[in-house]
Design a protein around this ligand. Structure first.
Ligand code: PLP
Length: 368
């Protein structure tokens, strides 16, 4: 691949970019964690250093999101996909009660498929398939069962580029959310949720660790036949050291949370930046006279994943190739949908969005 070395912006949707500072601090930590005499790759999980890394990472997430004291924060493995399985296993206690799912795209569909493996009483309370997953429901378009063990939704559908603007209002019913692609991109009222889960590799670090934020009262009813490693309780009890945690991956999350706190100045700033980045691209799409065609309907557009098409797959291929030649990578749409996807995770600077905007304008001029 030829790239313009002066600029290299990674818009990949699966695994996000990381700030240069975080990468160089991680490199340094591979040699030696500052003031420790030890590489981050060989930290023993029973050491005080490991405890300190976990504690500071947890504290930073608590500070960034203002997490109430009655929630535990866990660092687990198995990706967001394992949570699709662990959630019904742990929280669906009485199988006579249903579990409710909103199916708004590729990832929430994956989540519900796993719930069906745990029981039959799974309700799809809204499904966006008929509209080809171009929109999200308004509250009057779905009805939550008062007896539901929980309701599950995905706050940002990474593949289709659809994002809920606020947590669902669920009354007494426990709200469970896959926040993998928009975690720490804006302030969120954690007290509205029973459980939030998120893998690290998009907004808060590198692949290998999954963060779960769980309200402690939900631990009380977990069935005793859940296999130990899949049961949230031992992880809470042992403060994420029930077994060997992925310490280096957690260390990168620590660096990212420090960066979000100290360099970005917190989530209000991150949210404002997210808006500016995405709007720069939506502006090009909306003023392109149909040259670029957005996938999501306007009200539900994601500020994190901007998904669009050009007039033909051939032109899309050309767009992706030309972008690579000027140092813009990762624009391929998800394999299930095709088209173009530009992802603006926390680490993407505004200059990256403006650079892509200019490329899009130039490409349109040349190919119109
Ligand atoms: C919203 C969302 N949920 C779940 C997943 C699956 O995550 P993992 O690969 O960590 O299992 C993804 C993957 O990109 C995602 O975007």
């Amino acid at each position: 691949m030829t790239t313009n070395k002066k600029h290299l912006y990674n818009f990949s949707g699966g695994v996000g970019a990381l700030p240069e500072k975080v990468i160089s601090d991680a490199q340094q930590a591979i040699k030696e964690i500052p003031d420790s005499n030890i590489s981050a790759l060989v930290v023993n999980h029973r050491s005080q250093l490991c405890r300190d890394i976990l504690d500071e990472t947890e504290q930073n997430i608590r500070t960034l999101l203002n997490v109430p004291d009655n929630y535990s924060i866990l660092f687990l493995q198995g990706g967001a996909s394992l949570q699709f399985t662990m959630i019904p296993m742990n929280l669906w206690v009485d199988k006579k009660c249903p579990v409710d799912y909103i199916v708004s795209g590729y990832w929430s569909k994956k989540a519900i498929e796993e719930a069906f493996k745990d029981g039959e009483n799974v309700k799809t309370i809204w499904n966006g398939k008929a509209q080809n997953f171009t929109k999200l429901p308004t509250p009057n378009e779905y009805k939550i069962d008062d007896n539901a063990a929980y309701i599950h939704y995905c706050s940002n559908e990474t593949v289709e580029g659809l994002q809920f603007t606020a947590p669902l209002e669920t009354g007494e019913v426990t709200l469970v959310c896959d926040m993998s692609s928009d975690f720490l991109t804006r302030p969120v009222d954690v007290s509205k949720f029973g459980l939030i889960y998120v893998h690290a590799q998009k907004n808060i670090g590198a692949a290998g660790v999954t963060v779960v934020i769980i309200r402690n009262d939900l631990l009380d009813n977990i069935p005793d036949n859940v296999p130990t490693i899949l049961d949230y309780r031992p992880h809470v009890k042992m403060k994420s050291i029930y077994n060997t945690p992925p310490i280096f991956a957690i260390y990168v999350v620590l660096l990212m949370t420090r960066w979000l706190l100290n360099d970005m100045g917190g989530l209000l700033n991150v949210a404002a930046l997210s808006k500016n980045k995405a709007e720069a691209i939506y502006d090009v799409i909306d003023n392109s006279n149909g040259f670029y065609r957005g996938h999501a309907q306007k009200e539900n557009r994601s500020l994190i994943n901007v998904v669009f098409n050009l007039s033909s797959p051939e032109l899309e291929k050309e767009f992706i190739e030309e972008a690579k030649n000027v140092g813009i990578i990762g624009l391929e749409g998800h394999r299930s949908l095709g088209g173009i996807r530009a992802s603006f995770y926390t680490s993407m600077p505004l200059e990256g969005a403006l650079y892509l905007k200019k490329f899009m304008l130039d490409f349109q001029k040349k190919n119109n």
